[in-house]
Design a protein around this ligand. Structure first.
Ligand code: PLP
Length: 457
């Protein structure tokens, strides 16, 4: 069907029938969707045959790049053998078992059990169910409260959006649900003012301690955070932040949940953000890079001491999804993890291409629009500002970011705008030549953005 319809026809049908996620409908109705038809390596093509370097790896997920036929072959083989069976009621199948065992090898020490879901949002719903069940089984059912952070992203279900700290999402959904508290985010560039970054990191981390004391340790189930905030704008905490969070979590009897949905599977150059910051999570939600987005699958890694309570103290855990550990998704995730590991993709980001990307990316800080260029591994952000030395933002937040994003598209690069913060999270398979192309196109797009702004003045 898609091969026979032209762009206009596809856009009309799309507008008439398809309600998109996270999309401004008025704008879509005016402009029509950009329709992506094929992909290879780090490149995408649209229905007009324009080519783009995908600076976002889809939505932070296509870690191995597009077009890997090994994953298609794994799916076809599994579909022919056993396309579906459930894992409820003491049943299992080889692909889910194999994936669970591979994950316990690759994830940080002490995480040797996984509960499978279909997405990161479901993983975070599972986090709440699991943590509350854990405290119930330990005879402390009053430990219910989750502490999270403003501007965090933990998904879009009722629980995921509530754990998240996105005010626009809360406003539309009557959220957060009860039992979820938010502290400030460690965003020194935007919220640190005159404070030294190291001091700022400690002060913001100590809000966790204050929150625990405010409600009482006996009522707090867990603290949840992304190692580096992704959707919030690639916010890299000051070096003092995670050590102080770890100190607080060790001191008080609460679970530490590290949301690795973006940072996991090589994004930072380590297998997990927890490896980068030397964190030992009690619960660790995963998704996105787990299958490089080829099929939907997520999960929660569960630390040994938590798994022991669930499996030895508990009877039935009344939780699960029809497709938990879906055989085809599991087989594809296994093939993806083997590619990441056996082709040294993660270690290459750590020692070769990650440092090269960061060196080239940092050079963008010389541009008159860029107040800060920051990044880790294959994550990067540019703060577009009105005044660099004063870290002064533009008057109407998001307008300049949107101009820059559109310039990038015109120049064949997909870069996302979070307000006036430009972000990248490209496939982990970029070569140095791809990285040169990315940074040079970003630079040209910044120049065009500046020219448009000057023209508007
Ligand atoms: C994307 C994301 C989620 C939600 O995952 P979905 O698969 O979209 O439900 C959760 N946490 C983080 C950190 C994410 O980036």
């Amino acid at each position: 069907m898609t091969n026979q319809l032209n762009t206009q026809e596809l856009q009309d049908l799309d507008r008439d029938h398809f309600l998109h996620p996270f999309t401004n409908y008025k704008e879509l109705n005016r402009k029509g969707s950009r329709i992506i038809t094929r992909a290879s390596g780090p490149y995408l093509w649209d229905s007009e045959d324009n080519c783009y370097l995908d600076g976002m790896a889809g939505l932070w997920c296509v870690n191995i790049g597009y077009g890997r036929t090994e994953l298609a072959a794994a799916a076809q083989k599994q579909m022919s053998e056993l396309p579906y069976y459930n894992t409820f009621f003491q049943t299992a199948h080889p692909p889910a078992i194999e994936l669970a065992s591979l994950l316990s090898e690759l994830t940080p020490a002490g995480l040797n059990h996984v509960f499978f879901t279909n997405s990161g949002s479901e993983a975070n719903d599972t986090v709440i169910r699991t943590a509350r069940q854990y405290w119930n089984l330990l005879g402390q059912p009053e430990k219910q409260i989750f502490i999270s952070r403003k501007n965090a992203y933990h998904g879009s279900t009722m629980a995921g959006a509530s754990l998240g700290g996105m005010s626009a999402m809360h406003a539309q959904g009557g959220l957060p649900i009860p039992g979820i508290e938010h502290i400030d985010q460690p965003d020194w560039y935007k919220e640190g003012g005159d404070e030294d970054p190291a001091e700022f990191g400690i002060r913001i981390a100590r809000q966790l301690e204050e929150k625990i004391l405010e409600h009482g340790e006996s009522r707090i189930a867990a603290f949840i955070a992304e190692p580096i905030q992704g959707a919030g704008g690639v916010i890299i905490p000051p070096a003092t932040y995670w050590p102080e969070i770890k100190r607080i979590c060790n001191h008080y009897q609460i679970l530490l949940v590290v949301d690795e949905v973006i940072c996991g599977f090589g994004r930072t150059g380590k297998w997990f953000g927890s490896d980068l910051y030397d964190i030992s999570p009690d619960l660790m939600p995963i998704a996105k890079g787990l299958s490089s987005g080829y099929l939907p699958i997520g999960g929660v890694m569960i630390a040994d001491h938590v798994a022991r309570v669930l499996t030895e103290e508990g009877d039935e855990f009344a939780h699960g999804f029809t497709y938990s550990g879906h055989p085809v998704c599991s087989a594809v995730a296994c093939a993806n993890l083997r590619i990441l590991r056996d082709e040294n993709i993660v270690s290459n980001v750590d020692s070769v291409t990650g440092p090269y990307l960061q060196e080239r990316w940092a050079s963008l800080a010389d541009h008159p629009l860029v107040g800060e260029a920051r990044g880790v591994g294959f994550l990067g952000a540019l703060e577009l500002v009105a005044d660099k030395s004063a870290r002064k933002p533009f008057g109407s937040p998001g307008a300049v970011g949107a101009i820059c994003r559109d310039s990038c598209y015109e120049n064949g690069l997909i870069m996302r705008a979070v307000g006036d913060t430009m972000i990248i999270s490209p496939p982990l398979i970029l070569t140095k030549e791809h990285i040169d192309e990315l940074v040079e196109t970003a630079h040209r797009s910044l120049d065009q953005t500046l020219a448009k702004l000057t023209g508007m003045r």
